[in-house]
Ligand binder design. Structure first.
Ligand code: HEM
Ligand code: SF4
Length: 627
């Protein structure tokens, strides 16, 4: 309890000293709160230990009735308030430290499910007893102090387990964390104005914005203030002003929101439940957003977002109110039995787009905040070429540039975290921006300092981090894969990095080629949006010893996903059953690169035969298991 109170007070300080915007969200409960508190029966209204309303107390009676007959996770959420796991983390950690319990005595429902609401995701299958801790990094912006803190958190777990990942929501995941260390991480994050609460399972995920917010000469909307406001909406309790907002403590499923800042759509609005796509009002010229809804990918279904027919001004109140209204409808009305059907798209389809729009408008009007929804506005037209995030480019501020830093597959060792923090302190006023391509950007670098930055050994020849990355390595993305994720059919990150390095030495391409890896059909690595997507899948290969076809680690390959203004998902695999072994995979990829993307063989002094020898060298890491 003492720890929790400490967390509450540091969270309070943190929320007041918010990096960009102090939180001034409306204090009044949503209209449903009063209705919900009237529900009698066994549903707990207030959790005594947190002093907060329970997530379930916000649900209308019929939603609770559906949840009662719902999936096992629904029943768990009714039985024990998800957000009160905040307190349990402190209790468990204290007992483990005192030696009165061990991590494996924590009841399974808490260990593997409920603690996810605090952002602690037990990696039970691959690394039992170790947790991935997922943060919230609104708009993907962090500072050097936070980056050093991540390194301090995981350093003691050693180089294999103690690493830091940048995710495809421009977010941070800490690796290898022990349960007894959870409170220190949480306290340290809150002291640094960050949180891990409400980041996993049925929570609103990290707010994705434009990584060039505020520095982009072609910017339409500065997304920072909006991402911060949305982050507060979903994770800051307006009653106690502490992190952990019970209003969204019992959602039917995860929920993604992305705010795009311009025509490049760096935030990938089309694969989010709510995507805000900038468009000025045709008559008034006021900048605003067309609202696209329901984009998501899963094993059962891949849905590109659809036009909702709504437009809102690009101000904080409108963006928060629209999101709150949609979240409220989603929370109370979405499916509670079949988790596959509990995503927003299914609800929009159940209503029909027009009727859903009308319902959202009714909800917004009921809040009486003066927010007005208008019909969708024409999207800006005319030729437009999506710009690179890696590389060195001038900003709108004269004399300053943004410098992209390649972080291969988003994976950072402890030393690399500290190197990046040092670079940020020296060149970008301590600021680091993360991208959904799992790379980083140092903003506001003085043009006179760029040549010094390029000479830094931490981005030099012997470093994984680079400021002048190749078109393939710079655009390789990978999900977590078999090293930590129990759902993976293949190891991904180490192979993604290795294959990108090999391809860079074998072929030349004249533009960024986005190769995405994902360990299983859940497609967290978003292979359907990639130029070339590699998804873990079964394959068979002739075994020379037995003379028989044997099962080997393999993949499906997807080709032709598009991002940006004409975003399009590539749903059908281009190839299936490709063994992952390099001698099979790399020639396949080279063929695709040449046939579909105009790649040519690299001019090299190495003879073809030697290249092939290199490909099948036993020094290559074993494909399939993680190395
Ligand atoms: C039901 C389907 C899905 C399951 C079971 C699932 C499961 C997981 C798991 C277990 C992780 C954490 C792995 C680790 O790092 O140890 C993860 C991370 C992640 N997944 Fe999924 N996933 C699903 C679908 C998706 C889809 C469709 C997307 C987006 C296209 C997605 C995006 C992500 C992202 C971005 C992360 C990194 C964390 C973050 O920044 O929020 N996932 N997912
Ligand atoms: S795609 Fe599969 S293997 Fe990769 S992180 Fe998601 S669930 Fe795990």
């Amino acid at each position: 309890m003492v720890g929790y109170k400490a967390a509450i007070s540091t969270a309070l300080v943190a929320s007041i000293s918010h990096a960009f915007v102090p939180s001034t969200l409306p204090q009044s409960p949503s209209p449903n709160t009063l209705e919900a508190t009237a529900i009698a029966g066994p549903i707990e209204q207030v959790d005594e230990r947190t002093g907060k309303s329970t997530g379930t107390s916000f649900l209308p009676e019929d939603t609770i009735a559906r949840a009662r007959k719902g999936s096992p996770i629904e029943k768990d959420k009714l039985a024990r308030d998800a957000l009160s796991s905040i307190v349990d983390v402190y209790d468990y950690a204290r007992k483990i430290r005192e030696g009165t319990m061990t991590w494996d005595e924590v009841e399974k429902a808490d260990l593997n499910t409920r603690l996810k609401f605090v952002g602690m995701v037990h990696r039970d299958k691959r690394t039992p007893g170790r947790f991935m801790m997922r943060l919230k990094v609104p708009n993907g912006i962090i500072n050097s102090d936070q980056m050093r803190f991540y390194a301090d958190c995981v350093g003691k777990y050693g180089p294999e387990l103690g690493v830091v990942d940048i995710t495809t929501r421009a977010n941070i995941q800490l690796r290898g964390v022990k349960l007894e260390d959870g409170p220190d991480v949480i306290d340290g994050l809150h002291a640094r104005n960050q949180t891990s609460f409400q980041t996993a399972l049925d929570s609103v995920r990290n707010m994705v914005g434009s990584p060039l917010a505020g520095i982009d000469p072609l910017e339409m909307v500065d997304t920072r203030v909006l991402c911060n406001a949305l982050n507060d909406l979903v994770s800051l309790d307006p009653v106690t002003n502490t992190r952990g907002n019970p209003a969204w403590g019992n959602l039917p499923r995860k929920f993604n929101i992305a705010v795009s800042g311009g025509r490049d759509d760096y935030a990938h609005t089309h694969i989010n439940d709510i995507g805000l796509d900038p468009a000025p009002h045709a008559e008034t010229g006021v900048m605003g957003f067309n609202v696209v809804l329901g984009g998501y990918m899963s094993i059962k279904r891949i849905a590109e977002s659809i036009d909702s027919g709504m437009w809102i001004p690009a101000d904080r109140e409108s963006v928060v109110t629209l999101s709150e209204a949609i979240l409220r409808i989603f929370r109370d009305e979405s499916e509670r039995k079949n988790r596959q059907k509990a995503r927003l798209m299914w609800l929009v389809e159940k209503y029909g787009v027009e009727e859903f729009k009308a319902e959202v408008i009714r909800e917004i009007e009921s809040y009486n905040r003066g927010v007005k929804v208008e019909d969708a506005q024409p999207h800006p037209t005319g030729p437009y070429e999506r710009r690179d995030l890696l590389g060195i480019y001038p900003q709108k501020q004269e004399g300053l540039s943004r410098v992209g830093v390649l972080i291969p597959t988003g994976r950072l060792s402890v030393d690399e975290c500290r190197d990046l923090a040092d670079l940020a302190d020296k060149y970008s006023n301590g600021e680091i921006r993360l991208t959904v391509e799992q790379n980083a950007i140092l903003p506001n670098v003085d043009n006179d300092m760029i040549s010094d930055l390029k000479k830094e050994s931490s981005v030099g020849k012997n470093s994984r981090l680079k400021v002048q990355a190749g078109f393939i390595e710079g655009n390789t993305v990978s999900c977590t894969g078999a090293q930590f994720c129990g759902l993976a059919l293949i190891e991904t990150k180490s192979h993604a990095e290795e294959v990108a390095n090999r391809l860079e030495t074998l072929v030349t391409v004249d533009r960024p080629i986005r190769i995405h890896w994902t360990g299983c059909p859940n497609s967290c690595g978003q292979v359907q949006a990639a130029d070339i997507g590699i998804m873990g899948a079964p394959a068979r290969q002739l075994n020379e010893e037995t003379g028989k076809m044997m099962a080997v680690p393999g993949c499906k390959i997807f080709v032709g996903g598009k991002i940006g203004e004409d975003a399009h998902l590539s749903l059908d695999p281009y190839k299936t059953g490709i063994p992952l072994a390099y001698e099979s995979l790399i020639p396949e990829l080279i063929d695709i690169l040449k046939n579909e993307f105009g790649a040519v063989d690299k001019k090299t002094k190495t003879r073809k035969r030697d290249i092939f020898k290199k490909l099948i060298s036993p020094n290559f890491r074993q494909i399939g298991g993680h190395s």
